[in-house]
Design a protein. Structure first.
Length: 376
């Protein structure tokens, strides 16, 4: 098969959507070399994107070639990619993040669009009005013309039906994976050396993710503040943020917790597995996620996980993760102490969690995707 991807985010985004694109493409490239893969993307010069691409020799890059397409790459993606895909005789075109190029339905090319979440509809207060209109227009068009709408979890499938009235018969759930750097154990001495480079010298509880209101990190900080005298662990928060991050920093300062809580915004992707494996507990108290990749990163790293009840979290965390009400800091505090003081419980969470998360190994998720393409 010749498979084309809207791969802009693989080369221009280095957070969730970009990670999804890169991990999906890399998995197919490694395990299903019988196909040809075409990545449609505007020009890129980020060293991280170039380094990633250099690892694979069976990916074909398709970039804007004429003057106007180079000058207006967004217009190229929207209005010219479908024709270029047809000229290349692409069999299947996959929009990896909520979009398909205009006119794809007229080319005879089978199309798939991945929908990660509908957060802009669930929490409109967190998005600008104009952004919501743009997202809605793009997603409605893509889900209407696509042959298959790929939801990354059952929760997203349910939201597509309830919020957009999407035909349930055209929605397929194919779980995503995480980067394989999280699959393998790191020697303890290397773990220690890595985290110490960032100033982490003690036992710690870990959070990884964006620092924004939906992630609910402030409640975690408050829960930690209530139990700081009962545990010997620091709290390490890895992520970036804006005004919400400043609000958290202000709270930490007001409680005199600067020596107990660290916010690190410069941890590289290569160093992140050491933090997961070195931590004694991963807490992810988000209100809502499209999937929750940090949860499976922690489970692959053999770290016990506490996360939120409901939504997608049980799909990602499995039966041996602990689920709490994310608004209840007292329940959060109690469960943190419970895991840190009960070694038998922590061991069971680690072992059973690692067994559960194997279903998200990229070999399996890649096979699920190829099965979907083949069925089309």
């Amino acid at each position: 098969m010749k498979i084309g991807f809207d791969a802009k985010r693989a080369f221009h985004n280095f957070r969730g959507l970009g990670n999804y694109s890169r991990d999906l493409i890399a998995s197919l490239s490694r395990y299903h070399t019988q196909n040809s893969y075409y990545l449609f993307t505007p020009e890129f010069d980020d060293p991280r994107a170039i380094h990633w691409l250099d690892q694979y020799d069976n990916l074909n890059i398709v970039k804007p070639s004429d003057f106007w397409s180079k000058k207006f790459p967004a217009a190229w993606r929207s209005f010219k990619v479908a024709d270029e895909a047809k000229k290349l005789e692409i069999d299947i075109f996959h929009g990896l993040s909520h979009e398909l190029p205009n006119g794809i339905e007229k080319t005879g090319i089978k199309s798939v669009v991945t929908i990660h979440d509908l957060l802009f509809m669930r929490f409109p207060e967190n998005f600008k009005w104009l952004d919501r209109q743009v997202y809605l227009r793009k997603i409605k068009y893509a889900t209407e013309v696509a042959d298959v709408v790929l939801a990354i979890c059952e929760q997203t499938k349910s939201d597509l039906i309830n919020y957009l009235g999407c035909d349930p018969n055209k929605i397929k759930v194919v779980y995503q994976t995480c980067n394989p750097r999280f699959y393998s154990p790191i020697p303890v001495e290397k773990q220690v050396a890595t985290v110490e480079r960032y100033g982490v010298n003690d036992k710690f509880i870990l959070y990884v993710g964006a620092i924004e209101p939906n992630k609910n990190v402030l409640t975690l900080v408050k829960a930690y503040a209530d139990i700081k005298k009962s545990i010997n662990h620091k709290l390490v928060i890895i992520g970036n943020g804006g005004s919400y991050k400043k609000e958290i920093e202000s709270y930490i300062h007001s409680k005199g917790l600067e020596d107990r809580i660290m916010i690190l915004s410069n941890v590289t992707n290569d160093d992140l597995p050491a933090f997961y494996q070195r931590s004694d507990l991963f807490v992810f108290p988000s209100f809502f996620e499209g999937f929750g990749i940090p949860i499976i990163e922690a489970l692959f790293s053999k770290t016990p996980v506490i996360t939120s009840k409901g939504s997608v979290f049980p799909e990602a965390g499995g039966p041996n993760t602990i689920y709490i009400d994310p608004k209840d800091k007292h329940e959060m505090s109690e469960q943190i102490i419970n895991v840190l003081t009960n070694s038998d419980l922590a061991f069971e969470m680690v072992e059973e969690g690692r067994n559960f998360v194997e279903k998200f190994h990229r070999r399996k998720t890649a096979q699920n995707l190829i099965d979907l393409y083949s069925s089309m």
